[in-house]
Design a binder for this molecule. Structure first.
Ligand code: PLP
Length: 409
């Protein structure tokens, strides 16, 4: 089962896509004097800029390609280290590896996001950037992390794949760092099957990112005319069909987040009555996306039993997002020959071993994800609610979870 955007797909998405199909203009580029051209991708980029109050945005094919474009545009590569949390989706690490740099794993804290003190302890002369991930919709500790980055002159990439529309102190997540990236795959807040987007404030950086995403067009390619390809780039262009779906989804974002927050608040209030139950630290209660409710229980045994009672798993056992369960990272199994792990020029001593982040391990063995808007067994959220849940359904789930908690607490 997918993320919340799926539940909102309807007539609006249909109309936007039909516009494009009927125009037969499926590519993001068109000419201004072509009345048929729908300009959906450009419209999406503009609407994100307005909504998030950020000068530049660039649509791409996925959250992973957004990260790859970001890292390359920031000129992060061989010889560089990027600090990444040990609890994140694998793309946060693999994008760094494909940029030729080395991901350095850092601990999380009870926000389930980067532990600022541990980040600072892992800075070396090679550290070039911090990849701040806003996991499961919760803003990371941005004040501390941005302060560390400023003091050590590090770049900041905000991997906001799981927190599109989330805010920190009234400002949109993704707009704090040098670059923010988003994903629109089926598990994310809004989705078009696949898709991604970058936001940034610096114009030169935008031009570089744009060039990298489309075969090196620098200066910008605006229409169908053949532009200058002055550098070497790749192709991560979003097409008009994807742009069309995302415009419709974007316009529903506030309603969608409002529903998630209503559901989570009701469930959390009910579960808070149970003595001994705890929750992860929410860094900004108003800005959090509420796609999941994370319970933090007193110890691993209790959490394991409660999860089993619900037919679910603790986060530590849920696979996908936990470094301990990423066999390809632990084994440094790389398809390409070259940096970072085989590099003679930049030999690295960075290792990845199970149990290397004891604080992260301890937190995740006590943590259970309850679904609010994201139903994904890979996150451990095999149990919970869906984003259209009624109050009766919420109360029912609250009752079942309460019973499971009381049995073991
Ligand atoms: C989903 C996700 C990505 C990758 O997005 P795709 O669109 O699947 O490529 C990157 N980082 C995080 C934290 C994610 O959750």
């Amino acid at each position: 089962m997918p993320g919340p955007g799926y539940y909102w797909i309807g007539a609006e998405e249909e109309k936007e896509v039909l516009d494009v199909i009927r125009s037969r203009r499926l590519n993001r580029y068109g000419t201004v004097d072509d009345p048929e051209f729908q300009a959906k991708v450009v419209t999406l980029e503009k609407e994100v800029c307005t909504r998030f109050d950020v000068p530049f945005s660039l649509a791409v094919t996925s959250g992973t390609s957004a990260l790859i474009v970001a890292l390359n545009a920031l000129r992060i590569g061989p010889g560089d280290e990027v600090i990444v949390p040990g609890y994140t989706y694998i793309a946060s690490m693999s994008a760094v590896i494909f940029a030729g740099a080395v991901p350095v794993l850092a601990e999380i804290d009870e926000s389930l996001n980067l532990d600022p003190a541990d980040v600072e302890a892992r800075i070396t002369p090679r550290t070039k950037a911090i990849m701040v991930v806003h996991m499961l919709g919760n803003p990371a500790r941005l004040d501390q992390l941005l302060d560390i980055a400023r003091r050590h002159k590090l770049l900041v990439i905000e991997d906001t794949a799981q927190a599109f529309g989330g805010q920190y102190k009234g400002k949109h997540l993704g707009t704090f760092g040098d670059v923010g990236t988003y994903s629109f795959n089926i598990f994310k807040t809004i989705n078009a099957g696949d898709g991604g987007l970058l936001v940034m404030k610096d114009e030169e950086l935008f031009k570089t990112a744009f060039a990298y995403h489309d075969q090196g067009h620098l200066p910008l390619r605006m229409g169908l005319e053949v532009g200058k390809r002055s550098v070497i780039g790749m192709n991560f262009r979003m097409n008009e069909l994807t742009g069309a779906v995302l415009i419709a989804q974007l316009r529903k974002l506030d309603a969608l987040l409002g529903d998630l927050r209503r559901i989570k608040t009701r469930l959390k209030n009910a579960l808070s009555q149970v003595p001994g139950v705890g929750f992860r630290d929410i860094v900004d209660e108003k800005g959090e996306c509420s796609s999941l409710l994370v319970m933090l229980l007193p110890d691993a045994a209790i959490a394991k039993n409660v999860a089993a009672e619900l037919g679910s798993k603790t986060i530590s056992e849920s696979g996908w997002h936990v470094y301990n369960n990423m066999e390809q990272i632990l084994a440094k199994r790389q398809l390409t020959v070259g940096p970072p792990f085989q590099s003679k020029e930049f030999p690295t001593t960075v290792e990845y071993t199970q149990g290397m982040l004891p604080k992260t391990d301890a937190i995740l063995t006590r943590a259970i994800n309850l679904s609010i808007g994201v139903v994904d067994a890979g996150l451990g959220s095999g149990y919970g609610l869906h984003p259209k849940a009624t109050n009766e359904e919420i109360d029912q789930v609250a009752e079942t979870v309460t019973r499971a908690l009381k049995k073991y607490l």
